[in-house]
Design a protein around this ligand. Structure first.
Ligand SMILES: Cc1ncc(COP(=O)(O)O)c(C=O)c1O
Length: 472
């Protein structure tokens, strides 16, 4: 057996799992969703029935029935003496094979590749002989690309030298590197909730304790909570997405920027600003947040959303000493970013304004189609208005995000439940719906969602809902 999940961790990952029908089956569905999302890996030992029952304040009989249902559906096996263990997914699990015809996958919020990318790749391929005459790897990145990225910051009014840039294999590897080099076990990390879940996972994996600061599409960042967190726990690091926050789409106001700068400077906190979504401005209303520069500001960028997720080129912009620290910690998991991708990136960074304008058109089409479809199919839902980013953080009014997502999966629509974006539980009344897909796909997705919603609401309304609010 490779790993185990504690009752507490499982209860937290489940968030609100109650939905339609008997509790044991709703709980089984919640656990199935965690397996489908790969948040519980195959061959993970589940907690003993008694422990899970205590953590969820359920009877042991209910948990026993849940495990029986999971055994019957082939998701776990129970062995005498060693408890219950998750099994690899079966091909016919909804969403286990996302190449199935007709499946709509809205779990990732990735726009299609920028149409000019194939030509840029071909051009670089023409220069293959010159490319392979170089060493081929470098932990800080190709000097020309570092200079090109530095120039982009200078164009935005931020004096930057190439030695302040470290090229990474996408923003995710930058976050992982920052977490592993700058954090020690039990350090506190201030983090938005909801947040980008793999970012949160990178800080958790470094042994940090996450302290959530709420952010919402309507009210922005909870500055009282942020000030208290800076003052009380002196976080080693704060992870923020100031522009078009993923998933809320919210952008920080100057007052919000000042509050985070002030709090982090008083507490000596590294401020990690994830700029992966910052160029995804649809309505050209914002000029981007102007976070001032100081030694502890670390910016993370990527071409993943602007150009193509498959390019895997990102970077860190930080004080040169921080870049050196990161570079010395990098080789343990990665010796550098592929040269070919870096050469492609170097050709594209200078064209980012043109690329962003095309992205704005694509994202506008998706956002407007999704907002219109939701308005007509779900007048009762709270659909925020956003000026950029990749998704809508929709309020669904009832804490049924997980059963809704499970029901939609069975109908061939893959989405992530609100709790996936939570730092310390909750967000079960929210659903993240990316608008990166084509308008007709989004319209189809909303009609599938309507059918799933009617099904889930079928027995959660009225008396069943009262029961549910008492439990959740
Ligand atoms: C906010 C945020 N940060 C980082 C990443 C990871 O980016 P990359 O694909 O460059 O690793 C993503 C991707 O979804 C993201 O949304």
């Amino acid at each position: 057996m490779d790993s185990r999940i504690s009752a507490r961790a499982l209860a937290q990952a489940l968030g609100g799992w109650r939905g339609r029908g008997p509790a044991y089956e709703a709980l089984a569905d919640g656990i199935r969703l965690l397996c489908l999302d790969n948040r519980i890996a195959p061959r993970t030992a589940l907690p003993a029935e008694r422990e899970l029952a205590a953590a969820l304040t359920l009877s042991r009989t209910t948990v026993a029935a849940t495990y029986r249902s999971l055994r019957d559906s082939g998701h776990i096996e129970s062995l005498r003496g060693s408890g219950s263990v998750t099994l690899p997914l079966r091909r016919n699990d909804p969403g286990a094979d996302d190449r199935r015809d007709g499946v709509i996958d809205l779990q990732q919020a990735s726009p299609p590749a920028w149409p000019g990318l194939p030509a840029a790749i071909s051009e670089v391929a023409q220069d293959a002989a010159a490319l392979v005459s170089r060493t081929g790897y470098d932990v800080v990145g190709d000097p020309h690309l570092r200079e090109t990225i530095a120039q982009r910051y200078r164009d935005r009014g931020m004096p930057t030298r190439a030695d302040q840039i470290l090229v990474t294999t996408g923003a995710q590897s930058a976050l992982h590197l920052i977490a592993s080099v700058l954090l020690s076990r039990a350090d506190r990390v201030l983090i938005e909730t909801p947040t980008y879940p793999h970012g949160a996972d990178a800080f958790r994996a470094a042994g940090a304790r996450l302290v959530g600061v709420p952010v919402s599409p309507d009210d922005g960042w909870d500055l009282d909570r942020a000030a208290q967190t800076f003052a009380r726990v002196l976080p080693a690091l704060a992870y923020l997405m100031p522009d078009f926050q993923n998933p809320t789409g919210r952008t920080m106001s100057p007052g919000e920027v000042d509050a985070f700068v002030d709090g982090s400077q008083r507490a000596g906190t590294f401020l990690v600003l994830d700029e992966t979504t910052s160029e995804l401005d649809i309505d050209r209303r914002t000029t981007g947040t102007a976070f001032p520069d100081f030694d502890r500001v670390i910016r993370v960028g990527s071409l993943g959303k602007t150009v193509w997720g498959g390019l895997r080129v990102g970077w860190v912009r930080a004080h040169a000493d921080v870049v050196r620290r990161l570079a010395s910690g990098r080789p343990v998991h990665d010796l550098g970013t592929p040269e070919f991708e870096q050469a492609v990136a170097a050709r594209l960074i200078g064209r980012l304004d043109e690329i962003s304008a095309q992205r704005a058109d694509v994202l506008r089409g998706g956002r407007d189609a999704l907002v219109a479809a939701l308005a007509s199919s779900f007048p009762e839902w709270e659909v925020p208005s956003v000026n950029g980013g990749v998704s809508l953080w929709v309020g669904i009014g009832e804490p049924v995000s997980t059963p809704l997502v499970m029901n939609a999966r069975a109908r061939g629509l893959l989405l992530s439940a609100g709790s996936r974006f939570a730092v310390d539980g909750g967000h079960d009344r929210r659903l993240r719906i990316p608008f990166t897909a084509a308008p007709h796909t989004l319209e189809r997705a909303v009609s599938v969602l309507r059918a799933a919603w009617e099904d889930v609401r079928g027995t959660t309304a009225g008396a069943a809902l009262d029961d549910l609010t008492a439990v959740v």
